[in-house]
Design a protein around this ligand. Structure first.
Ligand code: NAP
Ligand code: MG
Length: 502
């Protein structure tokens, strides 16, 4: 990681700030390396993107979106109400019938390729804007969010003229108008996961980004204009939960795709029941990351860190429950603590930052409350030594040991940089504990034995099982959950099924 000069480590209490590491021998100092925000020009106000144009909400209402690292207001954004939802759905219907579903797949593909190329060309701008609006480290928005978003458009562009080979019949038809509601943790990437397969299959879209992170979806709307996408094919309605609910219940929608919490997912399932609307739900998770005694420890440590501290733990498939074999538990926890002591928390725009800001005060309160429940129920809290900035929303990397399965921190999704450590003795016990959750989105397994990987993967009830790695994504690979993690798959050939009349 970068350059720096080592100095000797030592007294933890005396060293504070992101540079402090627990007695690891060497501590590396890094000069600040902030990415310039000049590449982004944020307008003081944004309208809704309907029928190819930006316009204010009918009600004139707006809300502020903040930079969670500073609490500075970045812009005022239009809040869509029922009249705006109606307008956007009407525009999407008309574009569906006149412009998009009638276009040959090879022509639709050209637009998707164009959007993918524009995302790449403007990737620095997107990365800086994403980090400003969301609080995630620039290293992640630059190296993960934006390239993966472009990759999704490239991937589905390739399908647009090959739908008859996707395995859904000789002449698969689009569904119609898709209403798509996404969360704040990967704002642009979730927009790409939703829009790319829908458009490739010939549907038109009305997208509702999360209230706290609307800006990259609006920049993507600008990219749609730049790509010459026919008006009404993509519409972006900013707003809060009420806007999402109005979109979900609009009778002109044929398909709802939702990513977010299990609680809201259940409400949407109720609201759409009996309406004939197609529905996919990508909801929460409480994944087990299982480390056996024969696992390569250093590699596993990196995987555990990536599993739960990537994106401040705001990841639906985060490895938030570490299940470690009892015989190596002390070693693993000790090395993990040393590694966490080297993570840098702070300015999301600094290229050396590992841990950025928590996305909102509301999310910070939720993490704080659940962590307090961990203390109250008798788990042991350890916090990485780091200094939290004075303003903004921050939570230090945190480990709980002595966690039992009944603890709230072992059962509920914290959606923050907090890892609950449990132990097991036998593979059977590992499986039983891993599956002891109402969720089933993802899991990890770390072991030297290929046979054990397969044995575990067959038994763990999770949509994705990573072996000796974690949080790996590819547009060609389907992603989705079991049980309360939702239904339907996104990504790959499977992701097309949601947007075709199969
Ligand atoms: P959330 O509260 O469920 O919100 C998700 C989206 O739904 C937001 O755009 C939200 O708007 C909107 N919304 C809220 N209430 C609604 C309603 N009654 N009807 C329609 N839309 C409504 O979830 P979140 O807290 O933003 O996101 C975190 C959750 O998402 C976690 O549980 C996480 O596991 C899950 N997630 C899952 C995946 C996956 O692929 N499985 C991926 C990422 C995140 P506002 O934000 O404006 O209120
Ligand atoms: Mg924001």
């Amino acid at each position: 990681m970068g350059s720096g000069k080592p100095k000797s480590g030592g007294d933890l209490a005396a060293t504070s700030g992101p540079l402090a590491a627990p007695d690891a021998g060497l501590i590396w100092e890094y000069a600040p390396a902030p990415e310039s925000r000049d590449i982004v020009s944020i307008a003081p106000e944004y309208g809704l993107f309907i029928d190819g144009e930006f316009r204010p909400a009918e009600s004139g209402r707006t809300f502020a979106t903040l930079n969670p690292a500073t609490e500075e207001s970045l812009s005022q954004v239009a809040e869509a109400g029922p009249a705006d939802v109606d307008r956007a759905v009407t525009a999407a219907r008309s574009a569906y019938e006149r412009a998009w579903s009638v276009l040959p797949g090879s022509e639709r593909a050209k637009y998707l390729f164009r959007i993918a190329r524009l995302l790449q060309e403007r990737s620095r701008e997107f990365a800086v804007l994403e980090s400003l609006d969301n609080g995630k480290p620039i290293r992640e928005s630059r190296d993960v969010d934006i390239p993966l978003a472009a990759a999704h458009f490239f991937y589905y562009a390739g399908w647009a003229d090959k739908l008859e080979h996707a395995g859904y019949g000789a002449d698969p038809r689009p569904v119609g108008v898709a209403g798509q509601v996404i969360p704040w943790n990967f704002p642009l990437l979730m927009a790409a996961w939703k829009l790319a397969p829908a458009l490739a299959a010939g549907n038109t879209c009305v997208l509702k980004p999360a209230e706290t992170t609307p800006l990259t979806a609006l920049l993507l709307a600008e990219v749609c204009q730049q790509a010459g996408l026919p008006p009404g094919v993509v519409n972006v309605l900013t707003g809060a939960g009420e806007t999402g609910a109005a979109l979900v219940s609009h009778p002109g929608i044929d398909k709802i795709a939702f990513t977010g919490s299990t609680e809201v997912g259940k409400q949407i399932a109720q609201a759409t029941a009996g309406t004939g609307k197609k529905l996919t739900l990508e909801l929460g998770g409480k994944a087990a990351n299982v480390v056996f005694d024969d696992a390569p420890v250093e590699q596993a440590i990196e995987g555990i860190v990536n599993g739960i501290f990537f994106n401040q733990g705001h990841v639906c498939c985060a490895g938030s429950r570490l299940l470690v074999q009892e015989s190596v538990a002390d070693v693993v926890v000790d090395r993990l603590q040393r590694r966490l002591g080297t993570l840098r928390l702070g300015d999301p725009l600094d290229k050396n930052t590992d841990i950025g800001a928590i996305n909102s005060r509301q999310q910070l309160d939720k993490i704080t409350e659940l962590s307090a429940a961990g203390d109250a129920e008798g788990a042991h809290r350890w916090t990485a030594p780091c200094q939290l900035p004075a303003s903004g929303f921050w939570f230090p990397p945190t480990l709980f040991t002595g966690v039992s399965q009944s603890h709230r921190i072992a059962r509920e999704e914290i959606f923050g940089p907090v890892l609950s450590v449990l132990t097991f003795r036998t593979p059977e016990e590992a499986v039983a504990k891993a599956n002891n959750t109402p969720y089933g989105l993802s899991a990890g397994v770390w072991t030297d034995k290929g046979s054990r990987i397969l044995w575990m993967a067959q038994r763990m009830r999770a949509g994705v099982v990573w072996a000796n790695t974690y949080n790996r994504f590819d547009p060609a690979s389907p992603f989705g959950g079991y049980q309360e993690s939702g239904y339907g798959r996104e990504g790959g050939r499977h992701g097309l099924a949601a947007y075709l009349d199969v």
